[in-house]
Design a protein around this ligand. Structure first.
Ligand SMILES: Cc1ncc(C[n+]2csc(CCOP(=O)(O)OP(=O)(O)O)c2C)c(N)n1
Ligand SMILES: [Mg+2]
Length: 425
């Protein structure tokens, strides 16, 4: 009986995504195991021009790619969409963001900057640990890691008020922690243990906490966009000034739910911020192969929604763009679509054979690691010293070790829990 409870998260995972279940049990190796914190990049990239981020309330073709793509945004019939990385484009983008980040630092409190760096490092080390314990069978079921995308969650969510609402897809561990759920409760959930944030019944894809205004953790691609829109409607109906952040991947944009939700949000003037984390891939399919118009921000014009294209390797650019959207939502009760371009360094999930992209492509993005960039900027601005950074890393490692110990020691859910929280007949 106890064993069957242990596998409830796996069962949920199977129901959510039966096609990949064959890969799902720990033995598979992942193509890229990014087990190191960022290393220093080449000296030739240390020159600092301007940001790739720009604000838009109406939409036009984006010239800048912000994910190193060669001619990313193309709509005219004679132009080609490509997912080929152009080192020249990505180098120049990187230089721009270094300059922009240096300028942006001046507008944020030093304590907030240090906390942002800590949260990014914590997220990275937590996810590295997840990969490690997954491979020895401690975590079962699906497990989608966030390594490489930290600037998005931290930049956006740390601009929020505590009572604001957040909802996301299945790549949800870091978002859950930034919203205030403890690393222990997230790790125990991954382990399927009773100390998990939903008692070990949800697993990796279903972090949830009413107390923290964190509403999942959703396995159905695009499903949370409708729920997030409803959350924003609820806050408006109740007359609060809370805003909702609704995260989703670029592959979800091809779902009907995205279009129906954006239409309704603008029509009903809902305080919802739609954050598309464009990491270029939906499982093994590149965006270039799946989307006729590759600029997601561009699509907002179909519904008259304000939109912005944001550099997701730059945590401060993400923060600034989100702050603008929050102001619009809180003060004018209006929605915004942010397309935040980023890159995932790991496979889609722990079972990804990774045959759809080259190690060279991955390396190019790893060299522009958002954590390394932010760390360097803070060092240069003397917001932190090298010793401070060591302390941040040590504190994050200790928090993760504590989480693992807690998860290891947390008991399996009690047999009596088997039929609680079950809503389907
Ligand atoms: C409705 C639905 N269709 C298909 C799937 C299978 N699936 C799981 S993840 C995924 C790709 C989603 O990619 P994206 O939205 O870009 O998010 P990312 O994984 O890149 O964060 C697909 C197709 C699903 N879970 N739900
Ligand atoms: Mg994606």
């Amino acid at each position: 009986m106890r064993k069957s409870i242990r596998f409830i998260p796996n069962l949920f995972a199977v129901l959510h995504n039966p096609s990949s279940v064959a890969y799902n049990f720990y033995k598979d190796s992942i193509l890229i195991f990014y087990n190191q914190l960022p290393k220093k990049i080449g000296a030739e990239e240390e020159i600092l021009p301007k940001t790739a981020t720009r604000q838009k309330t109406t939409t036009k073709t984006n010239k800048s790619s912000s994910n190193g793509n060669d001619k990313t945004v193309k709509q005219k019939s004679d132009e080609i969409i490509t997912d080929k990385v152009n080192p020249k484009v990505s180098n120049s983008e990187h230089k721009q963001r270094r300059k922009s980040q240096k300028d942006s630092i001046k507008n944020v409190e030093p304590d907030t900057l240090r906390e942002m760096l800590y949260q990014m490092v914590l997220g990275r080390i937590f996810e590295q640990k997840c990969a490690e314990v997954y491979r020895i069978g401690k975590i079962g079921g699906f497990c989608h890691l966030y390594i490489g995308q930290e600037a998005v969650a931290i930049g956006a969510m740390m601009a929020l008020r505590e009572d604001d609402l957040v909802i996301t897809a299945y790549r949800d561990h870091v978002q859950a922690m930034v919203k205030g759920i403890s690393p222990e409760a997230v790790m125990a959930e991954l382990y399927g243990r009773s100390g998990g944030i939903v008692g070990g019944k949800g697993g990796s894809m279903h972090m949830f906490s009413n107390e923290h205004n964190f509403y999942g953790g959703h396995g159905i691609v695009g499903g949370q966009i409708g729920v997030g829109t409803g959350m924003a409607y609820a806050t408006k109906y109740k007359g609060t000034d809370q805003v909702t952040l609704c995260f989703f991947g670029e592959a979800a944009v091809n779902q009907g739910m995205f279009h129906e939700s954006l239409n309704m949000a603008q029509l009903w003037k809902l305080p919802c911020i739609y954050i598309c984390e464009n990491n270029k891939y939906g499982m093994g399919t590149s965006q270039a192969r799946a989307m006729s118009i590759s600029s997601v921000a561009e699509k907002a014009c179909a519904y008259g929604i304000a939109s912005e294209f944001v550099d997701g390797m730059d945590v401060l650019a993400v923060r600034e763009a989100t702050e603008r959207a929050i102001k619009r939502a809180r003060e004018e009760s209006l929605p915004t679509l942010l397309e935040i371009r980023c890159y995932r360094f790991m496979g889609h999930s722990m079972s990804d054979p990774g045959k759809y992209r080259s190690t060279d492509e991955i390396k190019q993005y790893q060299e522009r690691d958002p954590i390394f960039l932010f760390k360097e900027s803070l060092l240069e601005a003397k917001i932190i010293s090298a010793k401070d950074y060591e302390e941040i890393e040590t504190r994050a490692k200790e928090a993760v070790e504590k989480a693992v110990k807690f998860a290891d020691e947390s008991p399996l859910p009690d047999e009596s829990e088997l039929f609680t929280d079950v809503y389907a007949a």
